[in-house]
Every structure is written in C-alpha cells, then in structure tokens.
Design a protein around this ligand. Sequence first.
Ligand SMILES: NC(=O)c1ccc[n+]([C@@H]2O[C@H](COP(=O)([O-])OP(=O)(O)OC[C@H]3O[C@@H](n4cnc5c(N)ncnc54)[C@H](O)[C@@H]3O)[C@@H](O)[C@H]2O)c1
Length: 339
Amino acid sequence: MGDLLGVAVLGAGHMGADHIRRLDQVVSGARVAAVADPDRARAEAAVAGLDHVTVHTDPVAALDAPGVAAVLIASPAPAHEEALLAAFARRLPVLCEKPMVPDSAGALRIMEAELGAGRRLAQIGFMRRYDAEYRRLKALLDGGRLGRPLMLHCTHRNVSSPADFTSAMLINSSVSHEIDAARWLLGQELTAVTVLRPGPSAGAPGGLLDPQFALFETERGALVDVEVFVNCGFGYQVRCEAVCEAGSARIGDEHTMVVTTRGGARQEVAQDYLVRFAAAYDREVQAWVDATRRGEVTGPGAWDGYAASAVAEAGVRALETGQRVAVDLAPRPALYAGR
Ligand SMILES: NC(=O)c1ccc[n+]([C@@H]2O[C@H](COP(=O)([O-])OP(=O)(O)OC[C@H]3O[C@@H](n4cnc5c(N)ncnc54)[C@H](O)[C@@H]3O)[C@@H](O)[C@H]2O)c1
C-alpha cells in the first residue's frame, strides 16, 4: 500500500463518489487515503468498505491526514479556490474538477499561487481531452488532412439540471467544457462571445434561460457555436462537428445498441455524463495518477482553467447584456508556455 499514491478526495457528491469508486476499483497506482464532505454521512457512505481511509468534514484536515500525497477536488466550484490554495501551500498535486473557480479574478489568484510554488501542481478536470472520439478529432485536425478548421458546431444537452442551476451556469459550468474543448481542438484562444436565446423551453424550471446559443470567435478567425440545453428531457447528448476547408468531421453521434422490432428501430441514448464519458474519466484519472507519481503535470492546467473562466465570464456578460463581449485574457506566464 505504501507505494500507492494516497489521494484525499474533497466532496463526496455525484463526481466525488464516482471518483472514489474509480480510484478504488479502476485506476492502478493510487488509493483513497482521506475523504472530506461537510455532510459526514455522505462521505462515510462514499468510502464504505474501503480500508485505511479517514473521514473529515473539514477539507483542510483531509489534506493533513496520514498518507495523503495528492488531492482530488470534487466539491462545488465556490469551494475550489480555498482547497487549491491549501493544497499548493502543502505542495500537493491536485486534480480539480471543472470549473477551476467560478470567476477569472479567482483563477488569476490560483495561477499566482502556483507560480509562487514554482512548478505546476494542478490539473483541471476537462475530461473531454481524454475521450476517445475527441482525441480522434484532435488528431485529425492536427494532421491537417482536412485543411484549416473554419467552424465548430457543438451541442450540449442534459436531461435535467440540478435544482440550484442558474442561467449563468449554462455558460460557466456546462459550456465551460466546450470552451476548453474548442481551445484545445483548434489550438487557439477564444477572443469574443455573443449569447442568444430562444424563448425558454416549457421544461425549464421557472426563470431559467434554457436553452441558450453561444457564438465564440477565435484569435485566427474561426467560429464556434454551442447549443446548450440543460433540461431537454430526453438524453445527454454532446456533439461536435468540425467544418474545415477540405472536409468535415463529426463526433458524438450515439454509438449504443440499436434494437429493431416489428415496425421500427430504437436506439438507446445515454442519460448522463457519467455514462457517456465513463471511459474518459477513467483515462483522465489514470493519466493524472501516472503523471503525479512521476512528479509531472501533463493534463490541462491552471492556465486552461483561467482561460475557461475568463471566456465564460465574458459569456455571462454577453448573456446578461445581449451584446458581443470581447475576452480580456491576461498575459500567459512562462510556466504555462506551449500548453
Ligand atoms: N467533469 C464533469 O463532467 C463534471 C460533471 C459534473 C460535475 N462536475 C463538477 O464536479 C464538482 C462537483 O459536482 P457534483 O455534481 O459532484 O456536485 P454535488 O452537489 O453532487 O456534490 C458536491 C459535494 O461537495 C460537498 N461539499 C460542499 N462544500 C464542500 C467543501 N468545502 N469541501 C468538500 N466538500 C464540499 C457537498 O456536501 C456535496 O456532497 C463541480 O465543480 C462540478 O462542476 C464535473
């Protein structure tokens, strides 16, 4: 057990409990050493049956628990900054669920603290970079066979949203995935955003502006549009089509079982991200554990978390004002060059 990476998991909700199961049953080279959740019963339930795990209600206490050498943050976004800063102060490597923090000012503080530590410590949970289909699309675009990418058409639909979901969160929580994926696929920063919206769906809880349509501009003249619809009621669907000078490529069409019976065929549709992106989460956490044990950070980092926050913040202003809003990115520190 001594040579396994001991991980403190902060937050034992949907993602935290799934990551605990993953660290215990799927990933090699790591073990859960501590868990923290203000809801002690939830934390205890998430680690039931696991040995040598301490349970805490205070996240900072979990960082100081015996055997902890790394941290996985799966608490709600407003709690991430405090947890990241506490981890950096202890020089603990971190995998932090997206969004890194809710706002760009907080993201700048995270980068400043990591720069103060003198090395990269944080990986941000943009797991689409580990999804097999996204990786194929990235390789195709990078290979140049389709020529220069001109547009990405993206769809992001959830069956329903959590009770506390706000109109801004369609952009800064849901679309943060497309923001990161577009930056990564195109190798470009997003420079401006406009958000339009139809009249809300009857399925949207009162007052929620759902769906929305976001249009991003990039630094080398590409366009990225995203339909985000978080109470569509019928399935979890994430698609992306790249339209290039010499062809197009689309990912995210359902690849599940098709059942044909008399008079018709029925194709299953995933109902949530834990199903659609199961393999991507597995690959993400395994890659993080492997890199951490080598003393490296190889995945999306604090700069990517910052860029996503800054673009999302502009997106929320665009939603609120109805205007096109330019993204104002700080200069990229050398620590994050080439990533
Ligand atoms: N990568 C993805 O695809 C993906 C999908 C869903 C959610 N997320 C992200 O994961 C994070 C958690 O989301 P969730 O859906 O699991 O939420 P959740 O509400 O199901 O769980 C959050 C848990 O954190 C606990 N908590 C609250 N404050 C805490 C603190 N200070 N320290 C430790 N725990 C605390 C809560 O009691 C709760 O049990 C969010 O950042 C969310 O955006 C990522």
